[in-house]
Design a protein around this ligand. Structure first.
Ligand code: FNR
Length: 401
């Protein structure tokens, strides 16, 4: 259907499913085990209802905000997802250009299907901010090199992913293994756009997912997962005993020592870790369970945010809090903001939109969200994101049908 007929984000998923290869679709859509956290991420939003206020003048309504100091017309950014070219030949560049045209911020995955330099070059202007999602290599030097590379390319913040020390089992994906050899060959051959040849370790890692090379068809689950995490740091830490000859070995101080960019932790899943993040002095946390793709039965992101707001409102004064996972509607965005989030991230919706319609699909996704956000803000009786407060939402203990 023509893009003008698309009314909401869910429609993109249906259309993408019909135009993508089954294997690519399985990779984008799949989640861990029985996909409970995946579906609860979305369903949980339907347990939160609004307390709208009426007779409030709302003709002027401004949904803009700042995210780590960067202006954004709506409180939404793109959460990093790997291998955008599986869905569309232009892949990540569709998202970068679409984000640039609508002035929203894209977080670029550590495992893209274009080089970090090519993505930076796809920006519509040099001032378009990009954030970088970091999978930390177990060798600090290699990890540092990657951080410096993206810093030199102009990326403006580092989102360290902390919920993926191992890859979980995504069964639909395993049953429909896709072959990435072609992309891998390309990535190996093409120098990164900053002139550096990527080493084999620096080739964007295969997705945080169970992608199986054809040669590895017989790999069992453990073998595949093992191969995928080969280079990733499984010993990241808040605090651990350092041998005396090491200056810094805890992960956050290490990251602080190698970059001046703002640091966010992506994949905080409970109140306790949000508190530790604030103590560690990071600039932001992204409450996320990787879209249900990592620990099955991790709580839905909106529930974690709700608990954090209730139990530790002080955390919101120390850092910016974002959530991702299951956000598909403007009302979902507003619920998160009422509960203290500065902004929200979306993963799959942008991947499906660019798969189905390229760059235009990304632009349309932002337009739909903006329309839904502004409409619901007005009906809620607010004209600015700072007016969105916890008293405006109520969590019910029943599940709407
Ligand atoms: C992801 N996600 C992800 N996260 C990350 O830190 N690094 C990555 O490379 C990827 N790759 C990736 C690929 C695909 C296909 C998906 C769907 C997701 C997780 C992503 O950043 C985000 O947390 C979730 O997608 C948010 O949930 P929704 O919006 O997809 O429900």
């Amino acid at each position: 259907p023509p893009l003008s007929r698309i009314l909401n984000l869910r429609e993109f998923e249906e259309i993408a499913k019909s135009v993508m290869s089954y294997k690519a679709w399985a990779y984008y859509s799949s989640a861990s085990d029985d996909e409970i956290t995946y579906s609860e991420n979305m369903r949980a939003f339907s347990r939160f209802f609004f307390h709208p206020r009426v007779l409030v003048p709302v003709s002027k309504c401004d949904p803009s905000t700042t995210i780590l100091g960067f202006g954004s017309p709506i409180p939404v950014f793109v959460s990093g997802a790997g291998l955008a070219r599986l869905g569309h030949p232009l892949g990540e560049a569709n998202i970068t250009r679409g984000a640039g045209r609508t002035n929203i911020i894209q977080m670029v995955s550590s495992s893209p299907s274009l080089s970090y330099g090519q993505i930076a070059e796809s920006r519509i202007s040099a001032s378009q901010p990009l954030f970088f999602q970091l999978y930390k290599h177990k060798d600090d030097k290699v990890a540092e090199e990657r951080v410096r590379t993206v810093e030199n390319l102009g990326y403006r913040a580092i989102f360290l992913t902390v919920d993926a020390v191992v890859s979980s089992s995504r069964e639909r994906d395993i049953r429909a293994p896709f072959v990435l050899e072609e992309q891998e060959r390309e990535a190996e051959q093409q120098p990164a756009a900053n002139g550096q040849q990527m080493s084999s370790q620096e080739v964007p890692r295969k997705p945080d997912d169970v992608a199986t090379k054809s040669a590895d068809k017989d790999m069992n689950l453990l073998g595949t997962a093992g191969a995928l995490v080969k280079f990733d740091d499984q010993d990241m830490s808040w605090k651990r005993a350092c041998p005396s000859w090491m200056n810094i070995c805890d992960t956050i101080p290490w990251l602080r020592s190698v970059t001046k960019l703002p640091i966010a932790l992506k994949g905080i899943q409970c109140v306790e870790d949000a508190v530790l993040a604030a103590e560690a002095g990071v600039d932001a946390i992204l409450i996320s369970n990787h879209g249900g793709r990592q620990l099955e039965y991790s709580l839905p992101s909106i529930e974690v945010l709700y608990k954090l707001r209730k139990q530790r409102p002080d955390v919101f004064e120390k850092l910016e809090v974002y959530i991702d996972g299951g956000i598909r509607r403007g009302t979902d965005v507003l619920k998160a903001l009422c509960l203290g989030a500065t902004a929200v991230g979306l993963g799959r919706p942008f991947m499906f939109a660019q798969s189905a319609y390229g760059e235009e699909g990304v632009v349309k996704t932002v337009q739909i969200l903006e329309r839904e956000i502004v409409t619901s803000m007005r009906l809620l009786g607010v004209t600015s994101v700072k007016d969105l407060v916890p008293e405006m939402v109520e969590r019910v203990d029943w599940q709407p049908k």
